[in-house]
Design a protein around this ligand. Structure first.
Ligand SMILES: [Zn+2]
Length: 197
C-alpha cells in the first residue's frame, strides 16, 4: 500500500510516522512558498503532516485531501520546477565538462601527430610521444593513439590547412586583380604609345 502510494506520489516521504514532501523540503529558497501563503507548505516541508478524523476512512480521506491539495499547490509546483531545472542544469554541466575534457585530450593527440609531420618524424614515434605526455600528466584520452590514427589525423590537418590557404588566396585574388587593373590603367595614361591607338 505504502509502496503503491510512493509510486503514485514520488515526492511523498515518511519520517517518524508523519508525512512530508521530499521536493519542498529540499528547496532552501523560502520565497517559493510565499505565494502559497499557508501553513500547509511548512507542514510538508517539516514532515509534520498527519491525519485528522476519528475513524479509519475519515483519517485516510483527510490525508488524501491534504496530499492532493499539496500536490496541486503553487509552492509544490514551483519547488518541483526548481528541482527539475537544477537536475537538468547539473546534467548539462556534467556533459559540457566531459566534452571539454575530451576535446582537450583530442587536441593533445592532434598536436602530437602534427609534430610528427612537421618534423618529418616516423609514425613509429607517435606512441612514444603520447606515452611521454601521459607520464607528464597530460590527458591524452583513450583513443586515436595508433600509427594509423596519426596518419589519418595528419591527412585531416593537411586537407584543412589546404582549404584555409585556398580560401585566403581566393580572398586576396580579387583585390590583387583590381590593383593590377588600376596599375594597367595608370600605365595606359603614362605610356605615350597608347595615345596613338
Ligand atoms: Zn511539496
Amino acid at each position: 500500500m505504502w509502496r503503491r502510494k510512493q509510486e503514485a506520489y514520488p515526492w511523498i516521504d515518511c519520517k517518524a510516522g508523519k508525512l512530508g514532501c521530499k521536493v519542498c523540503s529540499s528547496i532552501t529558497d523560502l520565497s517559493v512558498f510565499k505565494t502559497q501563503g499557508s501553513r500547509l507548505a511548512d507542514e510538508w516541508r517539516s514532515y509534520t503532516v498527519t491525519y485528522s478524523g476519528r475513524d479509519k476512512s475519515g483519517m485516510l480521506s483527510s490525508l488524501r485531501k491534504k496530499m492532493i491539495k499539496h500536490k496541486e499547490s503553487n509552492g509544490n509546483t514551483a519547488a518541483q520546477r526548481i528541482q527539475d531545472n537544477a537536475k537538468k542544469e547539473t546534467l548539462e554541466k556534467v556533459c559540457d565538462n566531459k566534452n571539454a575534457s575530451k576535446l582537450k585530450a583530442t587536441c593533445a593527440v592532434f598536436r602530437s601527430a602534427y609534430y610528427l609531420a612537421q618534423n618529418d618524424r616516423p609514425f613509429l614515434d607517435n606512441y612514444g610521444l603520447l606515452e611521454l605526455q601521459y607520464e607528464n600528466g597530460v590527458d591524452i584520452g583513450i583513443g586515436l593513439h595508433s600509427r594509423y590514427s596519426a596518419a589519418q589525423i595528419i591527412d585531416h590537418i593537411s586537407s584543412e590547412m589546404r582549404k584555409k590557404v585556398c580560401q585566403k588566396i581566393q580572398a586576396i585574388e580579387p583585390e590583387d586583380k583590381r590593383s593590377r587593373q588600376a596599375a594597367a590603367e595608370s600605365r595606359k595614361d603614362q605610356d605615350p604609345l597608347w595615345r596613338f591607338l
